[in-house]
Every structure is written in C-alpha cells, then in structure tokens.
Design a protein. Structure first.
Length: 206
C-alpha cells in the first residue's frame, strides 16, 4: 500500500500547491511542534518556482520564488514530468513502504528541524534514468539563503535505477546507500552523510 495517493488529474503545479499541503495536514500530528520554516521548490528548465511555509500542521504553498527559503529543492521540469507520469499510472517510482514512526512527511517540523542543522548543497542523480539523468538539487542552512544555484553543489551523489529501486522498497536506508557499490560520491562526503542521517527516520530500520 502506498502512503501517498497521487490523483490521475495531478499536474506539476497541483503537486506543490494542493497535494503537498493536503498530505502534510493528514500526516503531521498536532504535537509535532510549531517551528516555522520557509521552503522553496523549483522546476528548472522552463518550470515554475514556489514558496512554501510549514508551521505546525499547516503547510501553505503559492507560486512565487522564495527568496527567504531556509531549505530549497530543485529538479528539471523534464524529470518532474517523467515522475508524475509514473506516479499517476504504474506507480513504479513511488515509495513502497511507510515510515515506521510518527515522522512520515519531510515537511514535518521535526524533520525540517533536522534538515536545518545541515549546511550544504547536494545534487542527487540517477545516471541511467530513461531519457537522460534524473537530478534533484537541495540546499539547507546558510548556503540555502544565497539563492537557487544548481550547478555548484558541495557534493554530487550519483546512483543507478537498481539502487534507487532498493531505496524505494525501504530495504536500503539512505546512510547505507552512501556505501553502496553503485553509488558514486564526488565532493564533500560529510555533507552527503549529513543529509542522509537527517532523513533517516523516514525509513524503516534494518
């Protein structure tokens, strides 16, 4: 059973402005804390930018560039379109596990607090993704406030569809993926490990 149900009518915009706030409200408990975090999400390569504000059980999102983002993520519109096509059909690229604890959303205030302790910019890449490499760039901490710069990551983590599918199944936690033979890390490995440890609670224990 999938934790997230992506409606067939979903668009790249509705994923951010409608579905993300809806799922946040459903899966973030009232005792998760009320720390406010400004997030930025960007579809590069001709796509739109969004400003999201997470505060307690509420997540608001609007189509606007988030100049004050404390955490941001960016992916090419081409890649996002390919993932959306899968999520609304075969669902092969959706996670096939549910987080074992209360932390189920990356927008949960407790998860965002962990991410804000990381300082760096990371690029994740699936090298053999159909149609060309699939990349996601994310930044946290002081470096995130310098703006959306996707071509100068502190670390690049390149993997294959085989390894990515193991992560989707929940059998390969992110911190262990860093040591996987199919993963190539270029740059500051410590930054990659900080990101991996920050999101580790979303994955089932080994």
């Amino acid at each position: 059973m999938f934790l997230f149900d992506i409606p067939e009518s979903s668009t790249l915009e509705s994923l951010v402005t409608e579905l993300a706030p809806k799922l946040h409200g459903e899966h973030v408990p009232s005792d998760a804390g009320t720390e406010r975090t400004v997030l930025g999400f960007h579809y590069t390569g001709g796509g739109a930018s969004y400003r999201l504000v997470a505060e307690g059980t509420n997540l608001s999102a609007e189509r606007n560039r988030a100049e004050d983002a404390e955490i941001w993520a960016a992916t090419p519109k081409r890649v996002a379109t390919a993932f959306l096509a899968d999520w609304t059909s075969t669902k092969a690229l959706l996670p096939k596990f549910s987080s074992p604890g209360e932390l189920k959303m990356i927008t949960d205030p407790r998860m965002l607090k962990r991410l804000k302790m990381v300082s760096g910019r990371i690029e994740l890449s699936i090298s053999d993704f159909p149609g060309g490499p699939a990349t996601l760039t994310a930044a946290c901490g002081a470096i995130a406030k310098k703006g959306v710069i996707t071509d100068e990551p502190d670390v690049r983590v390149e993997t294959t569809m085989k390894t990515y599918e193991r992560m989707l199944s929940g059998t390969l936690p992110p911190e262990e993926a860093m040591a996987d033979g199919d993963v190539k890390i270029t740059g500051k490995k410590l930054v990659a490990m900080q990101f991996a440890m920050a999101i580790a609670p979303l994955y089932p224990p080994k």
